[in-house]
Design a protein. Structure first.
Length: 199
């Protein structure tokens, strides 16, 4: 599993980028928001990645933040939302705006994305409301306070272990406050797990 790529931005297209890592060019699908965040061609860049595997394809999708990647995973878990639609939503809405829209049941906001009709927007809001209720309040401070990317990755790790977004965010925030700036991902996850199990 490829978690992220660090390399040089070789080229970009309408919906993808090529990242040169040690002489190997990785074709990475991406939202318009991620493409604009990568910076100029020829410069160093980092993308968080998700590998999509089907019967007759393998596709790497890239994101400018672990938060955006987590949203992609949540969105593609909704029936009728494939990778293309999820990327369209993430192109139209920043993760914090998407979180607010779902938490408040604002299906019109979600429907602003290309390819998302009212019925699909309603389904996305209904299916994700319980899963993302605490993200808007809990995830932001964690990303700001911890080492770059470490808190977001720690929240993602807890989500993968079955914790609810609100529980994961609160536990990582508490661990981050105790450990202080510069905490490693491993230390954050270990402490957050202990805190989550006590709550």
């Amino acid at each position: 599993m490829i978690a992220h790529l660090k390399g040089r931005l070789d080229s970009t297209g309408i919906d993808h980028a090529v990242i040169d890592v040690g002489g190997v060019g990785y074709l990475v699908g991406a939202s318009a928001r991620t493409l604009s965040a990568l910076g100029p061609v020829g410069e160093a860049c980092t993308v968080f990645t998700e590998l999509l595997v089907g019967e007759d394809f393998q596709r790497l999708v890239g994101f400018s933040s672990a938060d955006e990647r987590d949203w992609f995973r949540l969105l593609t878990g909704v029936q009728g939302v494939g990778a293309r639609v999820a990327l369209a939503i993430l192109s139209a809405l920043e993760p914090v705006d998407l979180s607010r829209a779902i938490a408040s049941g604002d299906k019109a906001m979600v429907a602003r994305a290309n390819g998302v009709g009212p019925k699909l927007a309603q389904r996305i809001v209904m299916e994700l409301k319980d899963k993302v209720g605490g993200i808007a309040l809990g995830l932001g401070p964690a990303v700001v306070n911890a080492a770059p990317g470490a808190a977001a990755d720690a929240v993602s790790a807890l989500l993968n272990l079955g914790f609810r977004p609100n529980e994961a965010s609160i536990a990582v925030n508490a661990a981050d406050e105790e450990l202080g700036p510069g905490a490693s991902l491993d230390a954050l996850v270990r402490l957050a797990l202990r805190k989550a199990s006590k709550s």
